[in-house]
Design a binder for this molecule. Structure first.
Ligand code: SAH
Length: 246
């Protein structure tokens, strides 16, 4: 039996041109693709490639399936959107691996991808040009009180911020709370960027002062970037200077 392997791959934000050659090569060698339904749908089907698409919120089951398949000698690609290490499957795989000491020598590679905040920032200019942080606003895997606590610290720390999973049908009110917290500590002119479906035909980028932001501007396909106090517009671009005065 040939040795199985697992590649945890990032498919980037949507555009095929943003899939790395390394990920394309892994998909060409794979026997199985495992992932959330819309991400597996982005993989070109071919004879001999088995697609295992599963619903949201079953990351550990998906990781366990990949480990089972690799043990049987299959060549498995676990697909995530963006980067697999950013609020995605790479951590889920290692969590599943912790429970299986006998499989810890499995051939595993993590293949990076272009994460949503970097694709969004590039479209807008350079809003993440100085220190920044990324916060997942979903309370699936952490209490919302913790989201609020981290948000306040990030604002007070002067970081630019990227928010993933800003809003979903299951929790429509929380993004409103996030805007309230931002308004407590940030000036009204602070620039906020809503980047929806970046690098797809549905892409929409809106940049406006925090005072004008509304809850409806975000949905589950949007990454939100909040600038620092120094973030500003130049022409049609928005950027954060690389230096902070002493
Ligand atoms: N691993 C992914 C993130 C998964 S969490 C990555 O690295 O990008 C899902 C969230 O990512 C969405 O709610 C949204 O906030 C963001 N996202 C993913 N693709 C996006 C895109 N093309 N445009 C804007 N935001 C996107």
């Amino acid at each position: 039996m040939s040795a199985g392997w697992i590649a945890v791959a990032g498919l980037g934000p949507g555009d095929e041109a943003l899939v790395t050659p390394e990920v394309t090569a892994a998909l060409a060698e794979a026997t199985d693709v495992v992932g959330y339904i819309p991400y597996v749908a982005r993989v070109h089907p071919r004879a001999g490639l088995v697609l295992h698409a599963s619903d949201n919120r079953v990351e550990l089951d998906r990781a366990a399936l990949a480990l089972d398949l690799a043990e049987q000698g299959r060549r498995v690609v676990i697909v995530s959107s963006g980067d697999p290490g950013v609020f995605a499957m790479a951590s889920a795989l290692f969590e599943a691996l912790e429970a299986r000491p006998e499989q810890q020598d499995t051939d595993i590679r993590v293949l990076p991808g272009i994460t949503a905040m970097l694709a969004a920032a590039a479209r807008a200019g350079a809003p993440l040009g100085h220190d920044f942080c990324a916060i997942n606003l979903s309370d699936n895997l952490k209490p919302f009180a913790e989201v609020e606590r981290r948000l306040r610290h990030a604002v007070r720390g002067g970081f630019a911020m990227a928010f993933y999973n800003p809003r979903s049908r299951a929790r429509p009110h929380q993004f409103g709370r996030v805007l309230e917290i931002l308004r407590e500590d940030c000036e009204a002119e602070r620039l906020i960027l809503f980047a929806r479906a970046v690098s797809t035909p549905e892409e929409e980028i809106t940049c406006l002062p925090l005072a004008e932001a509304t809850v409806e501007m975000a949905d589950m396909r949007t990454v939100v970037i909040v600038g620092t106090a120094a973030t500003r517009r130049v022409g049609r671009w928005v950027y954060t200077p690389r230096s902070v005065p002493a």
